[in-house]
Design a protein around this ligand. Structure first.
Ligand code: UGA
Length: 431
């Protein structure tokens, strides 16, 4: 079994570290945040990620997993060094590589001879070369091994992946990285670093494009009187299209798709190709936020005073507590800009938490601890995140406590006949 240093304990680094330790490797995870390292060392997980707490606990108990402050501390005795630091979007749309370069500069002088540095962070095409230059070590191979982990199912995605992609100029280093996954049953693809980096961006941008297509289809379905749910079902039977990633919604978001789609457009521009298609994919998504917000605004009857909209869901999708680039927040900002008050409930967001203010400063909404507390006195209710519990709302109770009988189901989560039977005016997306 190999010794692995993981630099950065965000959701990618922590999942990668915990899963490698579960596979039997000896893993040391590093972060710059001493308090986070202390809490992780006690098994306290800062994110909602199914199954991760169990793996971290297992690793801490077996001694396969530990946490330290500082990249150099983790790397000085490891054979593999996984760079899992953030690559936020810079002002020009390109990814900001400063964390990556700082990590490489820190470990360069201390890593053992002939070890392998692995880029796991989503980095612009060509970054493997940047890391190699900053490391300044001719004996160390730099390999790209992009992640395809979804928040909420990251552990399962790591342990049962569709594929493992390894990009390396050095065949021996690629084989050594592939061996880390020997207990995983998945195709392992070895290519050059530039192609591996491109596969990551192409995959995210393609999935985002699929969603913009579906959301545009939903708009068309509304115009022609078709039901988008049936349309995508009918499309999905075609194995060339597939059933996955065809759910229309309020727009797509999260910490990856918007950032990576913009970054790919910038990569193309820098390389001399105008990837107009991606501009349109992004534009359609913005329009979807606008269109969903307009449905909510239209659902509030103008003669109602002292009322509000009840918003169910704030996270960017169900199964995570992540609020970054959340479509729910995009929509609610537009609703607030129209002068409408909002009371929101999300099972993963506590009233009084300041995370909302961090991701969307100035968004003035009240967060409550129960869906019915949000609905009390509301003119309209909007479902923005597809949490399962929102499928089981008590419409008799909602009819009693709401001042208006309006539902906007931006995730097509409900069977429309149920609220309609209780006299609600129901509007979904594309149906
Ligand atoms: C995404 C990719 O799916 C992962 O493969 C990738 O590794 C990850 O980004 C990353 O680059 O790190 P994630 O951001 O966790 O994962 O979220 P997704 O599950 O892909 O959802 C993204 C957005 O699309 C969400 O807002 C979600 O609600 C929306 N979505 C997804 C739909 O509106 N409809 C669908 O059918 C699926």
């Amino acid at each position: 079994m190999a010794s692995i240093a993981i630099i950065g304990t965000g959701y990618v680094g922590l999942t990668t570290g915990a899963c490698f330790s579960h596979l039997g490797h000896d893993v040391v995870c590093a972060d710059i945040d001493a308090d986070k390292v202390r809490r992780l060392s006690q098994g306290e997980i800062p994110i909602v990620e199914k199954g991760l707490d169990r793996l971290v606990d297992e690793g801490l108990r077996s001694g396969n997993l530990s946490f330290v402050v500082g990249a150099a501390e983790a790397s000085k005795q490891a054979e593999f060094h996984y760079l899992c630091v953030p690559t936020p979007q810079g002002t020009d749309g390109a990814a900001d590589l400063s964390y990556l370069e700082a990590a490489a500069a820190e470990i360069g002088p201390v890593i053992p001879d002939d070890s392998v540095v692995v880029n796991k962070s989503t980095v612009p095409v060509g970054s493997t070369r940047v890391v190699a230059r900053v490391l300044g070590r001719s004996d160390v191979a730099v390999v790209s091994n992009p992640e395809f982990l979804r928040e909420g199912t990251a552990v399962a995605d790591f342990l049962q992946p569709d594929r493992v992609v390894i990009g390396s100029q050095d065949q021996e280093a690629a084989i050594r990285v592939a061996a880390l996954y020997s207990r995983i049953a998945a195709p392992i693809m070895v290519t050059d670093p530039v192609s591996a980096e491109t596969i990551k961006y192409a995959s995210n941008a393609f999935l985002a494009s699929k969603l913009s297509f579906v959301n545009a289809m939903a708009t068309l379905c509304e115009a022609v009187g078709a039901d988008v749910n049936d349309v995508v079902l009918g499309m999905g039977y075609d194995s060339r299209i597939g059933r996955e990633f065809l759910r229309p919604g309020p727009g797509w978001g999260g910490s990856c798709f918007p950032k990576d789609t913009k970054a790919l457009a910038k990569i193309a521009e820098d390389a001399g190709y105008n990837f107009r298609f991606l501009d349109e994919v992004l534009l359609i998504n913005d329009e979807q936020f606008d269109r969903t917000a307009q449905k909510v605004i239209d659902s509030v009857e103008s003669n109602l005073v002292d009322t509000h909209v009840a918003a169910l869901g704030l996270t960017f999708k169900a199964g995570t507590d992540d609020l970054r680039d959340s479509p729910a927040i995009e929509v609610l900002q537009r609703v607030r800009d129209a002068g409408i008050q909002v009371k929101a409930f999300d099972p993963a967001v506590l009233p009084g938490e300041n995370r909302l203010a961090t991701v969307q400063p100035g968004l003035d909404i009240e967060v409550v601890s129960d869906p019915y507390a949000a609905a009390e006195g509301a003119a309209s209710l909007v479902i923005l995140t597809e949490w399962d519990e929102f499928s089981w709302l008590d419409f008799d109770k909602l009819a009693e406590i709401m001042t208006g009988k309006n539902i906007v189901d931006a995730r097509n989560l409900l069977d429309p006949t149920i609220p309609r039977r209780r006299g609600f005016n129901y509007r979904g997306i594309g149906r």
